[in-house]
Design a protein around this ligand. Structure first.
Ligand SMILES: C[C@H](O)[C@H](O)CC(=O)C(=O)O
Ligand SMILES: [Mg+2]
Length: 394
C-alpha cells in the first residue's frame, strides 16, 4: 500500500446544482431577492444568477492509483478549475505516492502562490485534496473520519439553512438560518422588512428554536449593527457573514457592537490557515465557518480547526456535504453541522449535493448516525446520470 502511486488525474465539469449549489433553476428560494454585495445595482437585486453566481459550475476531480482504485471529489470551480488541475497541479500528483497528501498540498499551494492564495485556486486545491483523501480511504477500506483519527461522537446534529425554518423545526433540526433579503441600498424600509420577516418566523417557531440570519457579505458596519440590535428582541442567535470577507477590522468592530449573547459568524469565503489566523487573532467572530471544498480541503481544515480550538472558537463548516460530515464527526470544537435545504421551497430534505452524488446521506430528524458514514473514503459515488465534460483532456 505504501508503494501505491498515482497513475492519473482527471478534471471534469458538471452543471446543475450539486457542489455549485447556487446553480439552480428558476423559482428556487436560494435565488429569490437575497441581499448581496451586488444589491446596490437594482438590475442585479432580484437574482444572484443575474450577476453570475453560478457561472463556474462544479469541478469533479478524479484520481486513479496504480492498482486501479479511484478517488474523487466535487467542489465549485468548473472549467477554469479543470484547467488548473490538468495543466498545473497534475504534475505534483502523477507518480507521487498515494499517501503523500501533505507534500502534495504544499507543492500545490506554493506553486500557485503567485496567482492563488484564495478563491478559485484554493477551491481547486481543495477539490484535489478531497479526492486524495477519498482515494486513500477507498484503498484502505476505511471511512475518512477514521483516517482523521476517529469520531468523537456517534451522531451529528444539524441546523438547516433555507427559507423555511418553521418547516425545518418540524423536521427535527436544532435551528434555522434564513437568507437576509434586503441590504443597505433598500434603506429603512428594507431594514424594517428584514426585521418583520425575522419576527414572523420567531412567532412561528416559538422562543427556543435557534434563528440565524445569513447576510452573504452584503452589509456595512453601521447597517449590520442596526440589524443586530433590532434582531436581538426576536432572539437572533447569530448574524452571519455580515461584511466583506476582506473587512477583518469591520468584523472585529461588529463583534463589539452586537448585543451581549448574540454571536458573530463568518469564514465561508475565507481560505487557508493564514486567512483564518486573521479572523481568529483579530477577534472577528465566535464561530468560524470554513467550507471544506473552498478553504484548502481537509488537510488544511485540520490545521484551521486546531488554530480555532486554541482561540476557543467553534468550527461549524459551511455546507460541503459529506466532506464536512466526516470532519465534524472527529472534532470536539465542531458540536453541530450545517445542512443546506436544497429543495426549491425548502420544504423537504434532499441530499445537499443532489443530483451529483450517489449514496449521499441526509439527516433524519435533524440527526445523522455515524453508521451512515461508515463506508470507504467519503462513502459516495458519482451519479452516472450526470453529464461529465473533460475540457482539458491531456
Ligand atoms: C443562503 C446564503 O445566501 C447562501 O446561499 C448559503 C450560505 O451562505 C450558507 O449556507 O451559509
Ligand atoms: Mg453563509
Amino acid at each position: 500500500m505504501g508503494h501505491l502511486t498515482i497513475k492519473h488525474v482527471r478534471a471534469f465539469v458538471l452543471r446543475g446544482g450539486g457542489a455549485d449549489y447556487h446553480d439552480q433553476a428558476d423559482g428556487h428560494w436560494i435565488d429569490d431577492h437575497i441581499s448581496t454585495p451586488m444589491s446596490k445595482y437594482p438590475e442585479y437585486r432580484q437574482s444572484r444568477r443575474s450577476f453570475g453566481i453560478n457561472v463556474l459550475g462544479t469541478l469533479v476531480v478524479e484520481i486513479e492509483a496504480s492498482d486501479g482504485s479511484v478517488g474523487f471529489a466535487v467542489t465549485t470551480g468548473g472549467e477554469p478549475a479543470a484547467y488548473i488541475v490538468e495543466k498545473h497541479l497534475a504534475r505534483f500528483l502523477e507518480g507521487a505516492r498515494v499517501t503523500d497528501i501533505e507534500k502534495i498540498w504544499d507543492q500545490m499551494y506554493q506553486s500557485t502562490l503567485y496567482y492563488g492564495r484564495k478563491g478559485l485556486v484554493i477551491n481547486t486545491i481543495s477539490g484535489v485534496d478531497l479526492a486524495l483523501w477519498d482515494l486513500l480511504g477507498k484503498i484502505r477500506q476505511e471511512p475518512v473520519h477514521q483516517l482523521l483519527g476517529g469520531a468523537v461522537r456517534d451522531e451529528l446534529q444539524f441546523y438547516a439553512t433555507g427559507a423555511r425554518p418553521d418547516l425545518a423545526q418540524k423536521m427535527g433540526f436544532i435551528g434555522g438560518k434564513m437568507p437576509l433579503h434586503h441590504g443597505p441600498s433598500e434603506g429603512e424600509e428594507g431594514l424594517r422588512k428584514n426585521l418583520e420577516a425575522l419576527a414572523t418566523m420567531r412567532e412561528r417557531v416559538g422562543p427556543d428554536f435557534w434563528l440565524m440570519l445569513d447576510c452573504w457579505m452584503s452589509l456595512d458596519l453601521n447597517y449590520a449593527t442596526k440589524l443586530a440590535i433590532g434582531a436581538h428582541e426576536h432572539g437572533l442567535k447569530w448574524i452571519e457573514e455580515a461584511l466583506s470577507p476582506d473587512d477583518y477590522w469591520g468584523y472585529a468592530a461588529l463583534r463589539k457592537n452586537v448585543p451581549k449573547g448574540m454571536l458573530v459568524t463568518t469564514g465561508e469565503h475565507e481560505a487557508t490557515r493564514w486567512g483564518f489566523r486573521m479572523l481568529l487573532e483579530m477577534g472577528c467572530c465566535d464561530i468560524i465557518q470554513p467550507d471544506v471544498g473552498w478553504c484548502g480541503g481537509l488537510t488544511e481544515l485540520v490545521k484551521i480547526s486546531a488554530l480555532a480550538d486554541a482561540h476557543n472558537a467553534m468550527v461549524v463548516p459551511h455546507g460541503s456535504s459529506v466532506y464536512s460530515y466526516h470532519f465534524v464527526a472527529t472534532r470536539h470544537n465542531s458540536p453541530f453541522a450545517e445542512f443546506l435545504m436544497m429543495a426549491p421551497k425548502a420544504d423537504e430534505v434532499v441530499p445537499m449535493f443532489h443530483p451529483q452524488l450517489l449514496g449521499e446521506p441526509v439527516p433524519v430528524n435533524g440527526r445523522m448516525r455515524l453508521s451512515a458514514l461508515d463506508k470507504p473514503g467519503f462513502g459516495v459515488d458519482l451519479n452516472p446520470d450526470c453529464q461529465l465534460h473533460r475540457p482539458y483532456n491531456r
